[in-house]
Design a protein around this ligand. Structure first.
Ligand code: ATP
Ligand code: MG
Length: 368
């Protein structure tokens, strides 16, 4: 799939903007704080419905303005889709697809698929499990909107269950009603995470092997706090989740918190048997993320039938020549949006087709 055009009104530092994109490669070059990432953020917003930088939509509205408007035209092999987002400073945002208003925000997912790679993604490796869960959740939700709906329901039940545990901390409670619902949704989430991680692990291993010319073996493992086995199916997982809740109940009552379930899952990355988080060099950590991102592209293509768009925010200069070349070579069929402060490290040959835009203080000009 590809984004043909974007239109912005009073979005971030853009007063008004209309751009036609190149079907393959789009490069945004400019100094710091000019509006490069803002463009990628607007594209991401049309895919996921929220920014990757803030959870506060109001921040996206240009200072001193009341509304921001973002429109993208997406073309796929078989059809065209127009996504419009209107952000009002005072109320919640409104989304339209082909002029029809969405009643559920989750219905946006799947219209435009995106893979984002930014320096922040190193957090997937370095920081706590919530970053890794966010990675898993965002990705599966794009491929399978039902996952997003189930996750939302799970989180609501979890919140209510936690409230009961917190309010009656130290007491013996009957949590059966909550448990049933938690297990129903939670086990389903685990099944899909297990499937997703298994496939991403195979693809990432392959990518990593190629990038490191066979020197490094990358493993991605699902670390569920419910001791599930490879062959476990939905009913086995439900049973194990139930058992785990039963065993931990006294501790949950004491602590006033739900202590087992997919909201406590994690991922483990290993290179040649050693955990990347603890033992990996900076370069290995970056390469692991690169392998993961390339795996995401392939996985989405396999599921959706078309490649997602790829947003590379400031990452090229962080990769060495070999990895940059590998990346560019592997993106032949993916519409890619690159931001950079310098053209030089991009190492893109002049005969290659692309559109080059200069970004300066909320204005964009095409250079070539
Ligand atoms: P860098 O190279 O440092 O990453 P960038 O070109 O990617 O820079 P962006 O993050 O896209 O920069 O844009 C930042 C600019 O947008 C800043 O000048 C900031 O003041 C401005 N900006 C951000 N939000 C708003 C807003 N709501 N209204 C007006 N201007 C805004
Ligand atoms: Mg930026």
């Amino acid at each position: 799939m590809m984004v043909e055009e974007i239109k912005l009104i009073d979005y971030r530092n853009y007063k008004q903007l209309q751009l036609q994109f190149h079907p393959k490669l789009n490069i945004f070059v400019g100094e710091n704080a000019q509006g490069k990432t803002n463009i990628l953020e607007a594209l991401y917003l049309c895919a996921i419905g929220k920014s990757f930088r803030t959870s506060k939509d109001q921040e996206l509205v240009k200072i001193l303005k009341d509304h921001a408007y973002i429109k993208t035209t997406i073309s796929k092999t078989t059809d065209k889709t127009e996504i419009e987002i209107l952000i009002n400073k005072e109320s919640s945002k409104r989304i339209k697809i082909n002029k029809l208003s969405l009643t559920k925000y989750g219905d946006l997912l799947g219209n435009l698929n995106v893979v984002l790679f930014s320096p922040e993604d190193l957090k997937i490796i370095k920081e706590g499990p919530s970053e890794r869960r966010r990675f898993i959740n965002n990705d599966i939700s794009q491929i399978l909107p039902r996952y997003y709906h189930t996750l939302t329901q799970y989180n609501k039940i979890l919140q209510q269950r936690n409230k009961v545990l917190k309010n009656y901390k130290g007491k013996t409670l009957d949590l059966e009603v909550w448990d049933e619902q938690l297990i129903e949704r939670g086990a389903w989430l685990i099944v899909y995470r297990k499937k997703f991680i298994k496939r991403i692990a195979i693809l990432a291993k392959l990518m990593h092997k190629k990038i490191t010319e066979g020197l490094e073996l990358l493993e991605v493992q699902y670390d569920s706090n419910i001791k599930i086995k490879e062959e476990d199916e939905l009913k086995d997982i439900k049973e194990k989740f139930k058992q785990a809740l039963k065993e931990i109940k006294p501790l949950e009552e004491k602590r006033g918190l739900t202590l087992v379930g997919p909201h406590r899952d994690d991922l483990i990355f290993k290179i040649n048997g050693l955990e990347v988080k603890t033992y990996g060099s900076q370069g290995q950590q970056r390469t692991t993320v690169l392998s993961l991102k390339l795996a995401e592209l392939e996985l989405m293509r396999g599921e959706v039938g078309e490649y997602p768009i790829l947003l590379l925010d400031d990452v090229m200069s962080e990769l060495d020549k070999k990895r940059q070349n590998y990346l560019i070579k592997n993106l032949k069929n993916v519409q890619t949006f690159i931001t950079t402060t310098m053209m030089e490290p991009l190492n893109i040959k002049s005969q290659e087709e692309y559109k080059l835009f200069s970004v300066c203080n909320g204005e964009i000009n095409r250079l070539s």
